[in-house]
Write a protein that binds this ligand. Structure first.
Ligand SMILES: [Ca+2]
Length: 408
């Protein structure tokens, strides 16, 4: 069990670190006043007012500062739209199309550079946490292309929008709004305690921040100071990002030395397949259970001592692919609740690892990638990728959660 570093969490904004004491002053919103004058704020919303009173009492925060902060937070219709479930036919899940967005030359080249430039830090993270470099490199590559695309949304605005104006059409809108109120609470508490201006921080439309796109509670609970400068900075410190991803994995059940999945052959009857798919990505079967249900796992997976899950990767109208997922596959899905997501992280890391050894890249097993929607092609790449997650999850998952959503 690793001890989570207890050092003070310093939330450094991408642009500035304000050292001035703000507890007696209102936070300043560095925006042009004309643009914000007509925009909707949370000043007059009773539920926002109740939030202020509750959080001030619970977190021992100056109520006037909290109210001033929230009163400057602005409803962002783009955030609301991006979080709105798509209507119409769900479409067929397609792993190969999803994979082609993440396991691609730009990300592989950037990952190769990131790995080479941070080799010693990645080795230290592997030694400390037991998480091999390829998984850490895979996560940071899929999330932000190594910090190239960390999002341009005001985190306060995004979190306030999702906390108080979560899309009502979502089947679990009330739960999701509650989740984002918790994230907003943590974000504002951290800013208050560290004398930083909450309006300086930008992130994804879901409020995820920095190279590994940590949500505020994940930052608070799992981020570590891995370069030893006394601060945690997931925007600028590659070492902190690397250590924090590894620590997040350990806190969510990562097992040192265990592969994420085993290759396998499926010889199951339809009834056996139904049995094996019922627990979804949760490891629930011994290797013997899997064999008894028609799954032939290649050695050494056939003598794996832990539980396994049958991971089904649907390929549109084509044949699905299957792997036997371990606890470590499941751990990767604690970062983002999607088997497609986890497999993309794994395969991107594998591709970069091969590139490091000079081995030729494996051919893309996928068919032609689906055309990105016109909506995606009009957006910055980071938001397109974020929307791709959401699209996939809306189809594939029960809960379209933001990246790095912490499971209860
Ligand atoms: Ca640091």
């Amino acid at each position: 069990m690793h001890r989570i570093l207890q050092s003070t969490i310093v939330l450094i904004a991408a642009t500035a670190c304000l050292a001035g004491a703000h507890a007696q002053k209102s936070p300043k919103k560095p925006r042009d006043s004309e643009a914000s004058a007509s925009a909707q704020t949370y000043a007059s919303r009773p539920e926002a007012d109740a939030f202020v009173r509750e959080v001030a009492a619970r977190r021992h925060i100056d109520e006037a500062w909290l109210r001033a902060s929230l009163n400057q937070a602005r409803f962002n219709p783009t955030v609301q739209r991006l979080m709105t479930p798509r209507t119409g036919p769900a479409g067929v899940k397609n792993w190969r199309a999803y994979r082609s967005r993440f396991v691609e030359p730009i990300r592989i080249r950037a990952g190769l550079r990131f790995w080479n430039e941070n080799e010693a830090t990645l080795a230290r993270a592997e030694q400390t946490y037991g998480v091999p470099a390829e998984y850490i490199v895979g996560i940071i590559g899929v999330e932000t292309i190594y910090g190239q695309q960390m999002g341009n949304f005001s985190v306060v605005d995004a979190l306030a929008t999702l906390a108080f104006d979560y899309p009502a059409s979502h089947p679990r809108a009330a739960d999701r709004a509650q989740y984002f109120r918790g994230e907003l609470e943590q974000f504002l508490t951290t800013a208050y305690l560290n004398n930083t201006n909450p309006f300086d921080t930008v992130g994804s439309y879901a409020g995820a921040m920095g190279m590994p796109q940590f949500m505020p509670t994940s930052w608070s609970n799992f981020a570590v100071d891995f370069d030893g400068d006394g601060k945690i900075n997931l925007f600028a410190s590659k070492a902190d990002a690397i250590g924090s991803v590894a620590n997040y994995f350990v806190a969510h059940g990562w097992q040192r030395g265990m592969p994420a999945y085993y290759d396998m052959q499926l010889r199951s009857t339809p009834a056996q397949l139904t049995t094996l798919l019922e627990p979804d990505i949760k490891p629930s079967f011994s290797a013997a259970d899997m064999a008894a249900n028609g799954v032939q796992i290649a050695p050494p997976g056939n003598s794996h001592s832990g539980l396994l899950a049958l991971i089904e990767l649907k390929n549109g109208d084509g044949e699905p692919q299957y792997v036997a997922g371990t606890q470590n596959f499941y751990t990767i899905t604690r970062y983002n609740l999607s088997s497609f997501y986890a497999m993309s992280v794994i395969e991107l890391g594998q591709a970069i690892k091969r590139a490091r050894t000079g081995a030729p890249a494996l051919p893309d097993t996928g068919t032609e990638a689906q055309e990105p929607s016109s909506e995606s092609s009009n957006s910055p790449a980071a938001e397109a990728a974020a929307k791709a997650y959401l699209r996939n999850k809306a189809r594939q998952q029960r809960t379209p959660d933001p990246a790095n959503f912490s499971t209860p």
